[in-house]
Write a protein that binds this ligand. Structure first.
Ligand SMILES: [Zn+2]
Length: 486
């Protein structure tokens, strides 16, 4: 349905026709329906679940599941349906994704916050979730009510499905001046949404997930610059993961014809800024419009990413919000010393980290690039007499961050590579094949010749050609691969 509204040139907007639409600018009573609320605040990670017309990631594909199983990346257990367990090697990838994004976001001026997982019911009433999204939330109650006040407002909590209300509380706690805007908060909290049990699948249809969530509180004039920075970050991020510019498309969703809040002037100004920014970043004519498909509280930009198999996935989203700051009565002191309401921008680059993870499994087909790989190299001593030498090289190759002096603290910065040793009593052929199966990027062999020359024989996952190198040269190569995101 959404895609039907697209025209080939992507520019089907008619501002004049929109001006004819009768406006009901401040009346949100009949428009703030549950459906719209879900479609807007919650749609960015739910398109796989709810909208059958949206392209979706088939994480149940045999290849995705078999790679995850073979490499022991994550598991699902009936004791907590829809909440993935990341296994040690999956956790390495997950943490690397977060580390990568934290650094990039900091460059854009984001500061990370840690906010509560449960909030009292009245907060969710204020944000509109209790009225419109209750069935999709988990209610939290104490078993021992004597520890709590007895009225319902103080005994019933909701497990958060998103971070925005919590970030509004942080913004509101301090007096804000226009000089400090934009204020940008990022948050890596786990979020919970009560998806139907029948729909739960792998990493894409889940109840518990994480977002690279960020909220920007800014003035109307700052919208363009903030969106532009976000689009640049999206490009930088996707290029780093090997997606070319033509692997993703940007789509502007504009004001719904009837059901929206806020005044027309704000909407037009905001949409004009988004168009300008899209022209600047994607190039004129290189982005599409979903006419009338914006959230009821503001226009948005969605990014669709095409994977190696031609499947499209909705990942990043940038949503303007005129509504939530009003609900929370957020204010800042403007240049004229009066109090103004900031605009809120919700944005995520990965979207759901779990879903992006699943997408990457497909995208790389299990062949993780070295920098992201949970198994970067394995050392195979040919027989037991080579184990001691191999262990010595292992500690060198792991990098300086992991030092083996147990009574000294490890460095906070530096390199830390995931290198294993396989000294099982199996043939070299068997262990090499096993290493390739598990996805090690490099296989390092140690025999008599290597011990004698104090060198290592190394081959990559995809190339049988063996090179003889000193361990210092290999370490240098590993550092260079990580530095260049290869
Ligand atoms: Zn948000």
């Amino acid at each position: 349905m959404l895609l039907q509204s697209l025209k080939r040139n992507g520019r089907i907007q008619s501002l004049n026709s929109r001006l004819l639409i009768k406006l009901n600018s401040q009346n949100s009573n009949n428009i703030n329906t549950q459906q719209q609320f879900k479609r807007s605040y919650c749609d960015r990670i739910k398109s796989d679940n709810n909208n059958k017309n949206e392209p979706s990631l088939n994480s149940t594909s045999v290849s995705n599941l078999s790679i995850a199983t073979r490499q022991q990346l994550y598991m699902i257990d009936s004791n907590s349906p829809g909440s993935p367990f990341f296994l040690p090697h999956g956790t390495r990838i997950f943490n690397k994704l977060i580390k990568f994004m934290k650094l990039q976001q900091e460059k854009q001026g984001f500061t990370e916050v840690i906010s509560p997982l449960i909030f009292k019911k009245d907060l969710w009433e204020k944000s509109g979730h209790w009225e419109n999204y209750k069935e999709d939330m988990f209610k939290v109650e104490s078993n021992d009510l004597s520890k709590l006040h007895e009225d319902e407002q103080n005994t019933i909590f909701g497990l958060k499905p998103m971070n925005c209300p919590g970030h509004c509380l942080i913004f509101d706690r301090f007096t804000r001046s226009h000089n400090e805007l934009p204020v940008r908060f990022s948050d890596w909290s786990s979020l919970h949404r009560n998806e139907a049990s029948g729909a739960l699948t792998g990493l894409t249809r889940v109840r518990r997930f994480h977002q690279d969530d960020g909220h920007i509180f800014c003035t109307n004039e700052q919208i363009g610059d903030e969106i532009s920075k976000t689009l640049k970050l999206i490009k930088l991020c996707y290029n780093t993961f090997g997606f070319k510019d033509n692997n993703y498309k940007m789509m502007l969703s504009t004001r719904p014809e009837e059901s929206y809040i806020g005044n027309l002037e704000d909407w037009n100004k905001a949409e004009d800024q988004l168009r300008e920014v899209l022209d600047l970043n994607a190039g004129e004519g290189n982005w599409l419009v979903r006419d009338g498909d914006g959230a009821f509280y503001g226009p948005k930009i969605d990014i669709l990413l095409t994977d190696n198999f031609g499947k499209e996935h909705q990942v990043a989203t940038i949503q303007l919000d005129f509504q939530l700051p009003k609900r929370f009565e957020l204010k800042y002191q403007d240049a004229n010393d009066s109090l103004s309401t900031p605009i809120l921008i919700h944005r995520a680059i990965f979207g759901s980290v779990e879903r992006f993870f699943a997408l990457l499994i497909d995208h790389y087909n299990g062949k993780w690039p070295f920098w992201l790989s949970p198994r970067q190299a394995v050392i195979i001593p040919i027989n037991q007499s080579h184990v001691e030498f191999a262990n010595g090289r292992l500690s060198e190759l792991k990098g300086e961050q992991i030092n083996y002096e147990f009574d000294k603290p490890s460095n906070l910065t530096g390199y830390n590579f995931h290198i294993d040793i396989d000294s099982r009593n199996e043939t070299v052929g068997f262990r090499t094949k096993d290493a390739i199966q598990k996805g090690y990027n490099y296989i390092i062999l140690v025999g008599d010749k290597e011990v004698e020359a104090d060198k290592l024989a190394i081959r990559s996952r995809d190339d049988r050609k063996i090179k003889v190198m000193e361990s210092s040269e290999i370490l240098k190569m590993f550092k260079s691969l990580e530095d260049s995101y290869n």
